[in-house]
Design a protein around this ligand. Structure first.
Ligand SMILES: [Zn+2]
Ligand SMILES: [Zn+2]
Ligand SMILES: [Zn+2]
Length: 729
């Protein structure tokens, strides 16, 4: 047996191990990180070469040869491979699954690593013949004539744009057949926007950034303080020093709007590549390849874009770093923000985290000197922070209080726009029997069914169960079922009835389901006419509404009284973000909070002293209760259709690992039911594991994962490990 004939391959299977295969002699030089096709049971899988080995635990005659080497060069370069190996170990995820999550779908399926434009992206122009054709030559084919005219006016138009302008594919192909039109390279996009003037704080933040080495900076900037301009000028400065240097920009899922992309494109032209879930697989792969080749110098994407290969990495930026969408909640449960620190450190480049409401973890990292704070305290438009009023809403059943209605009237009369925030879709969160008090619940979850009016149905927002609206109570057969509480649909209806002369726009997942619907709404809102916006989180994040002067937040109490340890942090972030939507134009904003707990000390701290002081109080509480970021925690979750089995399973696990936990000074709490115990017909329990240090916790979790792999799991039971969990659900 010659050396290096065995290769270790990571495969996309939920097993915490690698697999040995034989390398046929003629393919002696398979690169580490290249994709290979291998036989696996009765299937063929695509895996990544991790290592060349000279021996295997399996006898050589039982090893199978790989089928095909797909890549001459690595699909996963060494830098990313090291990052993913580290992450797989830290998050207790099988390396095959981590690699799978990091690769574009088409590469997972075996597509070649060559760019190929999708039909939609193809650009079209007229041929010399087409250009020379007289206008009346196609009189018998009016559609082709129109298309000819369009391409003469706008050469280099994409098929996507032609389709949107109402042209048929057929007409285009006819022109191509006749030799009048052909595909062409995209016309260069020119950058059309120059940098804005920075204020002193923005300038100081920009000057503090060193591009020579690793450092994480926390750009802690109030809403409207001009964080994006600092990002843009940081990128420009990086490129002054090294023309080829690339920047990776991560934004929350909801924040990657066409506006964001346009802002970067206006400044930097065609060197911007975008990676998000709205693209098709081919478009994603094209962006990924442009980043890998160095052709794209600015890559903007959501969470998984963190794993984009970069030829000349120079800077990583994470906007709205506190956003929960940076943590993957299933499978490979990684935090893109935390891994960005690891990646930036490995690459020895700076990382900028930006937020108006930084996560407690990030503030803690500033306090301990690990991150450097770059504060932006002033709004770029010099407006004072919005004025916050708290209104007792105990009498209003979470509807709008009289003071709120009056304020809306005043702001509308002055020609401004009003935003009403309510984080609950549908008409009402519950349907209740007036006779016996029974509430209509989801048969699959520990949850109430939400009443929707448009279209009329009952809906579970946790498992998607739907049913027609009940006419009679299932408990007492009474006929008096009534909606309880407010959803966005109900607020919309009430506001429409009260304010008949202005439009009311509802913005939530139901009203913006259709592609482009959200964009249409934003265009109408930004026309500036007085209107009322009613909506959920979608309203709270990133969007700029210059004419909104009043923001009303209904139902503050849910977050205040939340049983989850991150509940108050999330509420403070939400209130601050929504409040920041008001007064971004030329007048000072006003905010009204409706609550039944107006004297709650945390709420008072937030309102009177702002998010920083509020966060400092929360950090003190976390330290006292020994919760993250002071003590690292992980959850072992288990769920099953049988009510008892998850609890028993975790209990046994706890007992088997007790000696090991003691050795590592690791504490196990529980098992306890998840905050919503029954969800989607499965019962869910969790075991909390807390370590005195990350190192000790990691050592313990490694052993725990190995133990879980080695025992027989009850049928139908699923388990998972979540390191640095975002919630206890
Ligand atoms: Zn009843
Ligand atoms: Zn619904
Ligand atoms: Zn349900």
């Amino acid at each position: 047996m010659t050396a290096q004939r065995i290769i270790q391959v990571a495969l996309p299977v939920p097993l915490r191990r690698v697999f040995d295969y034989l390398l046929p002699n003629e393919q002696h030089k398979t690169a580490i990180g290249a994709r290979v096709e291998v036989p696996f049971g009765h299937r063929t899988l695509i895996g990544i070469v991790l290592k060349h080995a000279s021996q295997s635990d399996t006898p050589t005659d039982r090893l199978k040869p790989i089928t095909t080497v797909l890549d001459p060069t690595p699909a996963v370069n060494d830098e990313l491979l090291q990052l993913l190996l580290w992450a797989a170990d830290y998050y207790q995820c099988p390396i095959g699954e981590a690699l799978q999550a990091a690769l574009p779908v088409l590469l997972r399926q075996g597509a070649a690593m060559t760019p190929q434009l999708s039909t939609a992206e193809q650009c079209w122009q007229l041929t010399t013949e087409g250009l020379g054709l007289p206008d009346n030559a196609l009189a018998k084919a009016p559609k082709q004539a129109q298309l000819l005219h369009q391409l003469r006016e706008r050469p280099g138009t994409t098929w996507q744009a032609l389709k949107e302008a109402g042209f048929a594919r057929d007409a285009l192909l006819r022109l191509q057949e006749k030799g009048l039109a052909h595909t062409c390279a995209a016309p260069p996009i020119t950058n059309s926007e120059s940098p804005l003037n920075l204020n002193a704080e923005q300038q100081a933040a920009l000057d503090a950034i060193s591009f020579e080495r690793y450092q994480t900076y926390l750009l802690d900037g109030a809403t409207g303080s001009g964080k994006t301009e600092v990002y843009l000028q940081a990128i420009a400065r990086l490129r002054e020093g090294a023309e080829q240097a690339q920047t990776l920009v991560l934004v929350p899922e909801i924040g990657l709007t066409p506006q964001t992309i346009k802002r970067f494109a206006r400044r930097f032209g065609a060197s911007v590549a975008v990676l998000h879930s709205g693209l098709n697989d081919r478009e994603r792969l094209n962006s990924w390849l442009r980043a890998a080749s160095g052709e794209a110098s600015i890559i903007i994407g959501t969470r998984s874009a963190l794993f984009t290969p970069l030829k000349n990495p120079g800077l990583i930026i994470i906007d709205e770093e506190h956003d929960t969408s940076f943590k993957q909640q299933d499978g490979f449960r990684y935090s893109a923000r935390d891994l960005a620190c690891v990646r930036a450190k490995n690459l020895n480049i700076p990382l900028i985290l930006g937020s108006a409401t930084p996560a407690l973890e990030s503030l803690h990292n500033v306090n301990t000197g690990r991150f450097q704070a770059l504060p932006l305290r002033h709004r770029a438009n010099r407006q004072a922070a919005p004025l916050i009023n708290v209104i007792d809403s105990s009498d209003h059943h979470q509807g709008l209080a009289a003071e709120s209605l009056l304020a809306i009237e005043q702001h509308l009369a002055q020609g401004n726009q009003v935003l009403v925030f309510l984080n609950r879709r549908g008409f009402a969160p519950a349907l209740k029997c007036r006779d016996c008090g029974a509430v209509v619940n989801c048969p699959n979850c520990d949850a109430r069914l939400t009443l929707h009016h448009n279209p009329r149905h009952l809906h579970c927002h946790h498992c998607d169960f739907q049913r027609p609206i009940l006419r009679t109570c299932e408990s007492c057969h009474g006929h008096h079922l009534e909606p309880i509480g407010q959803g966005t649909e109900r607020s919309e209806q009430a506001l429409n009835q009260r304010f008949t002369s202005v439009p009311v726009w509802r913005i939530d997942r139901d009203s913006t389901r259709q592609k482009g619907a959200l964009e249409d709404l934003f265009t109408r809102i930004n026309s500036g006419e007085p209107c009322i916006l009613v909506g959920t989180q979608m309203l709270a994040k990133g969007h700029h509404f210059p004419k909104v002067s009043l923001a009303i937040i209904l139902d503050v109490d849910g977050g205040l009284l939340s049983a989850d340890f991150r509940g108050p942090e999330r509420l403070g972030q939400l209130i601050t973000q929504v409040a920041g939507r008001s007064g971004r134009g030329d007048r000072r904003g006003e905010v009204i909070l409706q609550t039944q707990n107006r004297h709650h000390p945390l709420l008072q701290r937030l309102i009177q002293q702002g998010y920083s002081a509020f966060a400092a109080t929360l950090l003190e509480e976390r330290q006292m209760s020994q919760m993250p970021p002071f003590l690292p925690i992980a959850l072992v979750r288990a769920d099953a259709p049988e009510a008892d089995s998850p609890h028993q399973f975790l209990n046994q696990l706890r007992q088997s690992l007790a000696p090991l936990a003691e050795q590592n000074a690791v504490q196990m709490l529980g098992p306890m039911p998840a905050l919503m115990e029954k969800k989607g017909q499965r019962y869910r329990h969790l075991l909390q594991v807390r370590g005195p240090s990350r190192h000790a916790l990691q050592a313990f979790l490694r052993a725990l994962a190995e133990h879980l792999d080695s025992i027989k799991t009850p049928r139908h039971l699923r388990w998972s490990i979540d390191v640095d969990p975002q919630d206890m659900s």
